[in-house]
Design a protein around this ligand. Structure first.
Ligand code: GDP
Ligand code: ZN
Length: 431
């Protein structure tokens, strides 16, 4: 029998209300001991909570009772909504521990829900994302994933793969000379269609991961063009070091912004210039690597500069900073980090680019590197299954099976035991 766990489901620290959640076989008896009565299932009830040791009232609470199996974890669950004072929470913790319950680890409620089959792994991860969501787009994406859209997509692919695999296995077990080639051909055709769909899902421009982790924008340009000043102005905070000495931005500085509901990471890079100073050179190296991987670059120039050569295939916006000092080439967006002139226009231009990349169809997107790796593996397995030329059907079947497993890992249908600790450790306690 599993242990009964409890944790503060609401935030830590002073608050109007604190919610203590209990889950496991002792949840019901703990309720009885604390409030004398057990409320009707899923109905809130106001009751004094008493210390079973001495009958002293700890607080007046709103109490909820969710008997198994119709609860979040699938176990008996109780919720105590108490006043949010620290002393109440501390006392309740002591009382619950005395009743044989133990504090929950990170994500333990959600893990129990997953293990009870209440949600698939992508939905469990969506709960963590929802708790962490800072922007509107992050919230929408997490909610969609929680709704099971991602699970349905992957399960749909898995179902189709299972059918293909079954047909290929039937052919291996019961060969029928006349039809073998036709059946194998049909299976491979089905696998090729599936592969194309999965590959398209992979090639979604990392939309889901960008929504979750942030859209990266690197600010690039020669020393002293005002990159740090621009970052400060865009983020309206004094986070980057601004100075008159060229090359003072030694480290890569990142600022997260909420831009029209999207999480955006602004990256200030060190001045890109030739230098003999080893520290500075390291800064330049890191800046280059960072700018290389960014989703969008703000290429900053100043009056008198020629426009930099186009770098094809790279998303960028040419920004003329210090427009208070003069004009620049056509096509450059004039701003002044110093006065704030043109900054609204630049923010709008960035928002347009971000939205164009991230705000596409409602189709579920890959939100985590863990999912991406599994899907890449599925595509690689399908590629092997689809190798042209003669290949024994057994080998093709094995690769279809590997693709099936890889997709199954995303939703937690197979092979995830060792992963669970890692995944749920990311959660906050009380979820
Ligand atoms: P970075 O090396 O590209 O990061 O440049 P900084 O942000 O450190 O700025 C270098 C110098 O340019 C500082 O003295 C800033 O005050 C100045 N500066 C930045 N933006 C502007 C601007 O829009 N107009 C003027 N006139 N000076 C600016
Ligand atoms: Zn700088």
């Amino acid at each position: 029998m599993s242990e009964t766990i409890f944790a503060l489901a609401s935030g830590r620290g002073r608050a109007g209300v604190a919610v203590m959640r209990l889950s496991g076989p002792l949840a019901g008896s703990a309720l009885d001991r604390l409030c004398g009565v057990r409320p009707a299932a899923r109905m809130a009830r106001l009751a004094p909570l008493r210390d079973p040791e001495n009958g002293e009232v700890i607080d007046r609470a709103l109490v909820l009772w969710f008997p198994a199996p119709a609860s979040f974890t699938g176990e008996d669950v109780a919720e105590l909504h108490v006043h949010g004072g620290r002393a109440i929470v501390t006392r309740l913790t002591a009382v619950l521990t005395g009743l044989g319950l133990r504090p929950a680890g990170p994500g333990e409620f959600t893990r129990r829900a997953f293990e009870a089959g209440k949600l698939d792994l992508s939905q469990a991860e969506a709960i963590a994302d929802l708790v962490d969501a800072e922007t509107e787009a992050q919230r929408r994406q997490a909610l969609r994933q929680l709704d099971g859209a991602m699970g349905r997509l992957y399960e749909g692919w898995r179902d189709r793969l299972k059918v293909l695999l079954a047909r290929l296995e039937a052919l291996i077990d019961f060969p029928d000379e006349g039809l073998d080639d036709a059946i194998e051909g049909a299976v491979l055709e089905g696998a090729a269609v599936l592969r194309a769909e999965i590959a398209a899902h992979l090639a979604n421009g990392r939309r889901g991961e960008r929504l979750r982790d942030g859209f990266e924008i690197a600010i690039t340009g020669a020393p002293n063009v005002g990159k740090s000043s621009l970052l400060n102005r865009l983020s309206a905070s004094e986070v980057a070091i601004v100075s008159d000495i060229p090359g003072t931005t030694r480290d890569v500085i990142e600022v997260a912004l909420d831009l029209g509901g999207y999480r955006v990471l602004l990256i200030d890079t060190a001045g890109l210039r030739e230098t003999d100073d080893p520290i500075e050179r390291e800064g330049v190296r890191r800046a280059l690597a960072r700018a290389e991987g960014a989703d969008l670059r703000l290429q900053v120039i100043v009056p008198g500069d020629a426009p930099p050569p186009e770098s094809p295939g790279r998303e960028s916006i040419l920004v003329l900073n210090k427009c208070d000092l003069g004009a620049g080439p056509a096509g450059a967006l004039p701003v002044s980090a110093l006065s704030g002139q043109g900054i609204d226009g630049l923010l709008a231009a960035i928002a347009t680019r971000v939205a164009a990349r991230l705000d596409s169809a409602e189709a579920p997107a890959i939100t985590r590197a863990r999912h991406r790796l599994a899907v890449e593996e599925a595509v690689a397995s399908l590629d092997r299954a689809l190798l042209p030329g003669f290949l024994p059907a057994e080998l093709r079947a094995e690769d279809l099976r590997l693709a099936l497993r890889a997709l199954g890992r995303v939703v937690g249908a197979v092979d995830v035991e060792d992963l669970l600790d890692v995944i749920f450790f990311e959660f906050c306690i009380g979820k």
